[in-house]
Design a protein around this ligand. Sequence first.
Ligand code: E4P
Length: 230
Amino acid sequence: MKLFLDTANVSQVAEITAWGVLDGVTTNPSLVLKEGKDSSTHSTSSGQAGSLQVFKKTVLEMCKLVPCVSAQVTATDSAGMIKQGLEYAAWHKHVVVKVPMTTEGLKAITFFASKKIKTNTTLVFSAAQAMLAAKAGATIISPFIGRLDDQGEDGMNLIAEIMEIWQQHGFTTEVLVASTRHPRHIVDAARLGAHICTIPYDVFKKLPNHGLTDSGLKKFQEDWKKVSGR
Ligand code: E4P
């Protein structure tokens, strides 16, 4: 299973890349806002045009570090999504155009598939939506499990349903488990055969840790000091 970092922070991407385990990055407008940047695009106002340049710089820096960077369109009509997506895709071959799961989004995904431009369908909350996006030609679909959990549903059950359908019908679209909240989500997604998991920075930092690793290493170091002190 590929592991992506869910962030708009380049330093975080560089840090996890150095571990040798990072396969990609997902960004969204809320993550960009969190970093003090705005991903609004295609406005004639100099402020928004400047923000697009900052977003582009961030995406390009990430593209140097990982082979797959999702950049989300902010238009809600298919023509606007196509215009933005064509621009993003021209920035770098590692860019994947992130498109929301709407009927306008499906039209845009169909267009991008015809041009062999990679897409990631975001805001997927049902198996029916997942199938439609795959049929439209999405490269990746992103079911959001944490947000389903947040409202009392079982997000991982959606992943199980999608993986079952994928096996039955041979869909090749990659299933990216998004909106993960804790390490167990990543393990459960892997067990279900999901292709990718995107992980927030604070959750990613928890993955290498185990109390028994820490106490075991401490004991080995103490014992080695005793051996060398003999
Ligand atoms: C990634 O592509 C998604 O935008 C992200 O995982 C959403 O996570 P959230 O539900 O924590 O905002």
